[in-house]
Design a protein around this ligand. Structure first.
Ligand code: PMV
Length: 322
């Protein structure tokens, strides 16, 4: 029996991945950029065991079956193929952050799984290879393999589509205040959502302008220019949600409290507070601000009606073996 344990952080995208060029390989329609979230993590132990009759997966102690298990087994199959081995695996995964809090656990889950499984199989993979392997489980997971501020170059083939760090975690003290307004499980997940993107007449315009936004965002991060960063991050999030709302069937993830938070953040910024929002495929809102403003922003967020919880995360490191 060979065993390895790995840990990875979820990430928040500043420039979003929405829609695939190749849904099977999860090659995205556009490049994206994100920050890993320190303090929040998935820890995954993988043991290949000749006595197992099939892959056995638990997440926070609950046995996983169905489509979730198939997705994990598909990644394990790739590892078995690369390592020329046959045994099934026991996978035990734990998240230290609340499920349903609007933090995509699939990114940290597949990044930790890629590292633990490849290592347990005796493979020594480069960061680039690991990022590609994680991508096959969940697109955004490729961005949780490298550390800090991370760009996913879209590419057109499996070999070309991977993520790399553009700055380490210590580069910029940026804080993500994760505002939970609903814990209800989202009705349409991102895999289904990506498939709907092209039904929106706005998706082609969003994708056509993506490289420009990616360049602006990369520059803003590298120069720690919060004003430029805030403008491009909100525009990119709004564009993704415009595509979602105009897809067939439409995906409207926002709740009234989502909009209340968006409005408040815009008012605060107009009043001189450096702060901006971004929203993934769910109702909860990620509020970004420089570290010096984090306490003030948290206090203001707590006073908005409908806000259930605020979690704070600073830039996090790469996926690692533990
Ligand atoms: O990696 P997926 O298939 O869960 O897609 C992630 C989609 C968004 O979170 C909405 C955007 C992103 O780039 O993380």
């Amino acid at each position: 029996m060979t065993t390895a344990t790995a840990q990875a952080h979820p990430n928040i995208a500043f420039i979003k991945y929405w829609g695939d060029l190749d849904p099977c390989l999860r090659i995205p329609s556009n490049g994206s950029l994100s920050m890993n979230l320190a303090g929040l993590e998935t820890r995954t132990r993988v043991s290949f065991d000749v006595l197992l009759q099939g892959d056995h997966v638990t997440v926070n102690g609950q046995v996983m079956g169905g489509a979730g298990l198939e997705r994990v087994s598909a990644l394990l199959d790739r590892v078995r193929e690369m390592a020329c081995m046959r045994p099934f695996a026991r996978v035990e995964s734990e998240n230290n952050f609340p499920m349903g809090a609007g933090i995509a656990s699939s990114a940290s889950a597949f990044a930790a799984l890629a590292l633990a499984a490849s290592s347990a199989a005796g493979l020594s993979m480069s960061e680039q290879q690991l990022s590609r392997l994680a991508r096959s489980g969940s697109g955004s997971a490729c961005r949780s393999v490298p550390g800090g501020f991370v760009e996913w170059q879209a590419g057109q083939t499996d070999e070309e589509s991977y993520a790399f760090s553009i700055a380490p975690a210590g580069h910029w003290d940026l804080v993500d205040c994760i505002v939970v307004v609903s814990q209800v499980h989202k009705p349409v997940g991102s895999t289904e959502g990506h498939a709907l993107a092209l039904t929106s007449p706005l998706q082609s315009a969003r994708v056509a302008d993506a490289l420009r936004r990616l360049d602006l965002c990369r520059r803003a991060v590298c120069e720690r220019d919060f004003e430029a960063f805030a403008d491009i991050v909100e525009l990119d999030s709004n564009l993704m949600h415009a595509v979602m709302i105009t897809s067939t069937p439409p995906l409207l993830y926002w709740q009234p409290a989502t909009v209340a938070v968006m409005r408040a953040v815009q008012d605060w910024r107009n009043g001189g507070l450096p702060v901006c929002y971004t929203i993934d495929a769910g109702p909860n809102v990620h509020i970004l601000c420089p570290g010096e403003q984090a306490d003030e922003v948290e206090e203001r967020l707590q006073s908005i009606e409908g806000v259930q919880q605020v979690l704070m995360a600073r830039p996090g490191g790469p996926a690692k073996l533990v």
